[in-house]
Design a protein around this ligand. Structure first.
Ligand code: HEM
Length: 475
């Protein structure tokens, strides 16, 4: 295939594999994931818009804040790629929320935003739920005499919080349903890391090496996840009564009853996919960010000490944190912001698809191209941050110690399709982080090398597994 007319510059296309060879070659020369390679290519070609082709897919990567904002605010980029990866993640035929578009996306987005506002965000229901999870994590840490792998403790807590919002019940960590859900979500994420990109670009590989590209595992996990979620959806269908919107499943069933005669888009399949999308989008991202925040405290003891001084000054040791406490401790918010900036769990924000031919910075992006939004380029911009490679929470504070809101700080993306769960993620991160730091000194393991701050790149970038000592503070 020849490059389309007025296509953005980028590496040479080779028959069948497109830019993969040159992309891979550029990748070998740098340390870091695809976002780093895209940034290098962008500099090499002196452009914010790079044109690529992976297998049969035309891909365009955009970098720098102004170009990214232009793309994210353009309705013509408000769809997601419709490739093999997208089809595999949908289990059945329903689009859910993350891969929905057009009228269904609009409806589901409005419905979910309203529901999350009503039952959760800013309401005590959500905070009670987060606090219960936190107490569980604290009891597990207190029960350990030595190494704590905080990532392994907090990720189940996020899954459990999301489950409570969805199904209105709290599952104990030892509950077999919860254990299966957690295991499957983790394995599914690993399987997509292993094969997601390859399968999207070369879907025919599933016939040749289904095991190696993760296809067999993805299929099996889809069936198992479906069973767990459908069982709970069926229970909700059986017990639903008019006016009971106490959890997301009931609320969705009410919404189903409201849909126009003959309208078929809202059904159990769609509810199943919405639930799965919330787990997939929210669990590893929120858990991974908190894990990173603890790691940064371990690696920067001076910053940890300052954070603890700030917390000790404002709150007693028996204080139970709420999200509104954040206003009293901007330094804690600054630390979390700096973690989100320097260690992005999504260095490439959710990919988009061009709904028509669109001109960006003088280049023509062909209809149906996949657009990669390289947030890494924004967060590592020298022009914006001066010293982007340093972990320096103070950059988020003004001379009066108040939080600075930067336009360029968009870890949850921007535009109409930005993250739906941001307030949930932010409440979770603040309450957990503040309470853990108020209670524990996070220390390295004695006699062991310090853990690395370089993240493992995958669909979500996460810290490499590490252990720390969580020593209870005395005051
Ligand atoms: C630190 C945690 C999180 C980060 C950094 C994050 C970041 C993002 C980003 C960058 C996107 C792509 C937006 C775009 O395409 O422009 C996204 C989408 C999304 N996120 Fe989050 N997210 C987090 C937590 C959560 C949580 C807790 C939930 C819900 C439980 C959630 C639900 C979603 C959904 C449903 C979408 C797709 C929205 C749509 O397509 O309309 N996220 N998130």
């Amino acid at each position: 295939m020849r490059k389309p007319r007025n296509f953005p510059p980028g590496p040479l296309w080779i028959p069948i594999i497109g830019s993969s060879f040159h992309f891979g070659k550029a990748g070998k020369a740098v340390r870091g994931g695809p976002h780093v390679v895209l940034e290098i290519l962008s500099r090499r070609w002196k452009t914010n818009v790079i044109g690529l082709k992976f297998g049969g897919q035309i891909v365009v990567s955009v970098s720098t804040y102004s170009t990214i904002k232009t793309v994210l605010e353009n309705e013509a980029f408000n769809a997601r790629p419709n490739n093999f990866f997208a089809k595999q993640r949908t289990i059945g035929k329903a689009p859910g929320i993350t891969f929905a578009e057009g009228r269904i996306w609009n409806d589901q987005r409005k419905f979910l935003t309203r529901h999350l506002r009503n039952v959760g965000l800013g309401k005590s229901v959500l905070e009670v739920n987060i606090r219960e999870e936190l107490e569980d994590v604290i009891s597990l840490i207190d029960g350990k005499s030595e190494a704590v792998s905080i990532g392994e403790l907090v990720q189940p807590a996020v899954v459990s919080s999301i489950w409570s919002l969805i199904a209105g019940e709290r599952l104990s960590r030892t509950d077999s349903k919860f254990q299966s859900l957690l295991l499957m979500l983790n394995k599914r994420s690993e399987a997509f890391d292993m094969g997601g990109g390859t399968l999207s670009n070369y879907p025919w590989l599933r016939f040749i090496a289904p095991g190696r590209v993760g296809f067999t595992l993805i299929k099996r996990l889809n069936v198992q996840l479906r069973e767990i979620l459908m069982e709970t959806i069926d229970q909700h269908q059986g017990t639903w009564t008019l006016g009971n919107d106490s959890d997301l499943m009931y609320s969705f069933i009410s919404h189903m009853h409201e849909q126009d005669e003959g309208e078929k888009s809202l059904d159990n399949e769609q509810l199943l996919m919405v639930c799965l999308d919330l787990f997939v989008a929210g669990a590893h991202s929120t858990g991974g960010t908190l894990d990173c925040a603890c790691l940064m405290m371990l690696l920067h003891p001076d910053i940890q000490s300052k954070a603890q001084e700030v917390l000790d000054k404002e709150f007693s040791s028996s204080h139970s944190f709420t999200y509104s406490d954040r206003h009293k401790v901007p330094y804690i918010q600054a630390i979390l912001s700096e973690v989100e900036r320097l260690h992005q769990v999504f260095p490439i924000a959710g990919s988009r698809r061009a709904l028509k031919d669109v001109d960006i910075e003088g280049y023509t992006i062909p209809k149906d191209s996949t657009i990669l939004i390289n947030l890494y380029s924004v967060f590592m911009s020298k022009e914006v941050w001066g010293d982007p490679e340093n972990f320096r929470p103070e950059r988020f504070l003004n001379d009066h110690g108040k939080l600075i809101i930067y336009d360029e700080f968009v870890p949850f993306s921007t535009g109409r399709r930005r993250c739906l769960g941001e307030p949930l993620a932010r409440s979770f991160l603040f309450i957990f982080f503040a309470q853990l730091l108020r209670r524990y000194r996070i220390l390295p393991m004695e006699g062991k090398a310090l853990p690395s701050s370089i993240l493992r790149t995958g669909i979500v970038s996460l810290p490499q597994p590490y252990s720390a000592r969580f020593v209870q503070r005395t005051n």
